[in-house]
Design a protein. Sequence first.
Length: 82
Amino acid sequence: MEEDERKALWRSRRGLLELDLILVPFVENCFASLPERLRRDYLDLLTVDDVDAYAWLTSGESAPSRYQQIVDVIKRFVGGET
């Protein structure tokens, strides 16, 4: 496991269990195959408030444009479209 992947896995363990259940499997299954830009976007996404990130990932609420592409990738993963 590469350094960025270890960092992503560690930081994906959030204070909100529901978010953990989305992010940890995503990192374990998809992070390593992401292009570098999306890896950086994912790590940036982990700096936002848990409630905001959860809303973007589970509801129809749009993420800010800087996060929209990585949010879409995660939502496809959650929906089974890996």
